[in-house]
Structure formats: structure tokens, C-alpha cells
Design a protein around this ligand. Structure first.
Ligand code: DGY
Length: 320
């Protein structure tokens, strides 16, 4: 059968598809396809491997209701109307688990980079500002023994909590719909209300899916309830924080710092005020960007596609 990929994909996935006899066409340009281009290519294919932010909504599904499967190259599926896809009987695959460690590592690195103003010091050297040793300037803050708060303690949040507990002996609190018994048992993690999470966290790291309920939940009101020394980390989705409110909270000293792998919008404008703040670290949505992880994601996305093309249940399916 025919498969279309919306990005150039790692061979690890393409090889699996071709070994099954499928014909793979890959979008070759280094830009997001337009909606019209996506529909045009999808009409000519049986399954798509979708990477990027294009929406899978009713309009798209209606135009491409012949698709046997849509396989996402991501764990997040906030760009997909899952209920509508289910109505059209189109299974949606995604890539959880295989990227948990790499993404948690990105949150961990943003936490340390922010606490120690790493990017700011790097920029100082590049600007020729490494002059003399000043014992009072450019200071960060310790992480040892501090409290890590996690919003959304799933697989990625759990890996982040383990890194922080093992490296810094941090206390772990979390806010989630359900209870994470494994984290409670292994890490002594404590479930708290959202307001308690805001009030008690020294580092607050977001690992939740973007839902309507969470859209913009980190706003002026929320930042106002956080500690003044708090570091806000977001490696999940930029839509979960209000970027203007975050900028103001950092400018006013309402919170101490922020580490972002996701922004709102993406890509971030190069003149964004956050990029000039010493207590802010920003990365261009590279949470899962290691060779090993991207290969594993491509392989899982291919396995989902192969199952869908056969009319079988996808190993990692987001439809209920
Ligand atoms: C994911 O897997 O959801 C990443 O954020 C890429 O979109």
C-alpha cells in the first residue's frame, strides 16, 4: 500500500515499511505543508505518517475519510480531533514510552541550565564579557534538597522525578487526575492540589498533554501563587503557559526563572524578550531529539502504520 510522510523520516521507520512491501513517499521540503498540500497528498495514499502541527480535524477527515490509518510521529496528539477520527473509523497511532527518557533529560537539563544561568554565561563569553571573577555577580541557585513539582506525572514526568530525586535528593510533589502509585512508592512522591503544587514547588515542571482544561493554565494568577525563587519548566506544550504572563512574571520577579522547550507560538520570534533574560533557557522543541530516540519513534510509528494498513489494532493507539 501507499504511505505518505509529512517530513523526511529516519530510515529505521522507512525500512520497516518497505520491508512490508509498502511504497513510501516522503515530503522533501524543509517547511510545513499547507493544509491543501496535506489533503492533496493524503488523497493519493492509504496511510500517513504525520509529523508537525497540521490539524487532523473534521474538515481534513471528511476530505480524507478513505485513510486506513494516521500515525503520529509524537506522543502528543493535541492537533488531532480524536473523537472525529473515531467517528470516521480512522485509527490514530502515537509514540509514547520510547521518548520518555530523552524528553525528561531535556527538562532536567533546562532545570540545571536555568538554575545556573548557563545560556546567559555562554552568551557573555561570546560577547567578550568574560572579564574578571566577581564573587557577587551572575549567581544561580542550588537545587539540592529543593521541592520538585510535576504537573502530569505520566511516563515522562516519572523519569524527570527520578532524575531529580537521584541527582539532588529533591522532594517530589505532583498534580494529576489519577494517582501515580509507583512514584509514591519508589520516590515518596506526594499528590497535591494544583494550588498546593504552585505554592510549594521550587521547580515546577510540566509534563501534561495539552487539553482545553490546561490551555493557558499558567497565567498571571498561577504565577502569582508560586514562590519567588521558583523555576518554571515546560517541555510539554507551549499552549499550557501564557507567554505574555510568563514574561511579565519573570520581569517583575514574581518567579525566578524559566526553562522552555516549547513556546507559544512556535517557532519563537528571535526578538522575544525571554531570550535576553539571564534566568531563562529556551530550546527549539528538541525534547526527543537524540538519534536513538528518533529511530525508536520512527520504528514505532511504522509499526503503528503497518498494523493500521492491515486493519489490525495499533500497538499504540489514541482512539478509545
Ligand atoms: C511529542 O512527541 O509530542 C513532541 O513534543 C513532538 O511533537
Amino acid at each position: 500500500m501507499r504511505v505518505f510522510t509529512t517530513r523526511k523520516m529516519p530510515r529505521a521507520g522507512i525500512d520497516l515499511l518497505e520491508a512490508e512491501g509498502h511504497t513510501v513517499t516522503q515530503w522533501q521540503e524543509n517547511r510545513e505543508l499547507t493544509e491543501a498540500e496535506l489533503i492533496a497528498h493524503s488523497k493519493e495514499t492509504d496511510g500517513i505518517l504525520l509529523s508537525g502541527r497540521r490539524k487532523v480535524d473534521t474538515a481534513f477527515l471528511e476530505a480524507c475519510s478513505h485513510l486506513k490509518v494516521i500515525s503520529l510521529f509524537s506522543v502528543g496528539y493535541d492537533n488531532v480531533d480524536v473523537a472525529a477520527a473515531t467517528k470516521y473509523k480512522i485509527p490514530i497511532g502515537h509514540t509514547p514510552d520510547v521518548l520518555s527518557k530523552a524528553t525528561a533529560e531535556t527538562a532536567f537539563l533546562l532545570m540545571i541550565a536555568t538554575a545556573r544561568k548557563t545560556f546567559y554565561h555562554h552568551k557573555r563569553i561570546a560577547k567578550g564579557e568574560w572579564d574578571f571573577f566577581d564573587p557577587t555577580a551572575g549567581l544561580g541557585q542550588d537545587l539540592h534538597g529543593k521541592t520538585l513539582g510535576i504537573l502530569g506525572l505520566g511516563n515522562i514526568g516519572f523519569e524527570m522525578a527520578k532524575y531529580c530525586k537521584n541527582a539532588y535528593g529533591m522532594d517530589v510533589i505532583y498534580h494529576n487526575r489519577g494517582n501515580n502509585e509507583q512514584a509514591e512508592k519508589e520516590l515518596g512522591a506526594k499528590k497535591v492540589s494544583f494550588d498546593e503544587l504552585l505554592a510549594q514547588s521550587d521547580v515546577l515542571s510540566v509534563h501534561a498533554n495539552l487539553t482545553n482544561e490546561l490551555k493557558g493554565i499558567f497565567n498571571t494568577g498561577a504565577f502569582g501563587k508560586m514562590k519567588r525563587n521558583a523555576i518554571f519548566i515546560n517541555t510539554a506544550r507551549g499552549g499550557i503557559h501564557n507567554e505574555e504572563d510568563l514574561t511579565r512574571a519573570l520581569e517583575n520577579g514574581t518567579i525566578w526563572g524559566a526553562g522552555l522547550d516549547v513556546t507559544n507560538p512556535e517557532p519563537m520570534d528571535k526578538n522575544n524578550a525571554l531570550l535576553d533574560m539571564p534566568n531563562v533557557s529556551v530550546l527549539p522543541h528538541i525534547g526527543s531529539a537524540t538519534k536513538e530516540t528518533r529511530d525508536a519513534m520512527a520504528a514505532l510509528a511504522a509499526v503503528n502504520l503497518i498494523a493500521g494498513l492491515k486493519g489490525e489494532k495499533l500497538p499504540k493507539c489514541v482512539n478509545p
